[in-house]
Design a protein around this ligand. Structure first.
Ligand SMILES: [Zn+2]
Length: 121
């Protein structure tokens, strides 16, 4: 299997060669959601998917990871539904296991909650 077979593409044209190419940003802290973004800064889609988790005590527990339909549909139209699904599933798995520092995420949530409590007085 050649390496080229595992490429996916954002509808904006940007090729994503590996999970390292995605931008992962943790902005929606109170929603316990991590955004998966296109590496192209001028991408019109920007958000390709998200990773959802829950808090159990002071630990972050992974719940689900999803790519949004425009990204999935685009790749399915390029390489076929089955192949796109397989590669994108693999990418989500790697994003969750390799790109996210779950201890850091949990700390950020706790920090945000603390600040919220302070703001409320
Ligand atoms: Zn893009």
């Amino acid at each position: 299997m050649s390496q080229g077979e595992e490429l996916v593409q954002c509808p904006c044209g940007r090729i994503i060669r590996s999970v390292d190419d995605y931008k992962v940003m943790f902005i929606k802290k109170e929603m316990l959601e991590i955004d998966i973004l296109c590496p192209n800064d001028s991408c019109y889609l920007r958000e390709l998917g998200f990773i959802k988790f829950r808090m159990e005590g002071d630990k972050a527990k992974f719940e689900k990871a999803v790519f949004y339909p425009p990204f999935v549909t685009w790749n399915a139209s390029q390489m076929g539904h089955e192949k796109a699904e397989r590669i994108l599933k693999e990418h989500l798995k790697k994003l969750v296991l390799e790109r996210i520092d779950w201890e850091w995420v949990a700390r950020e949530v706790l920090k945000a909650r603390e600040q919220e409590e302070k703001a409320e007085g």
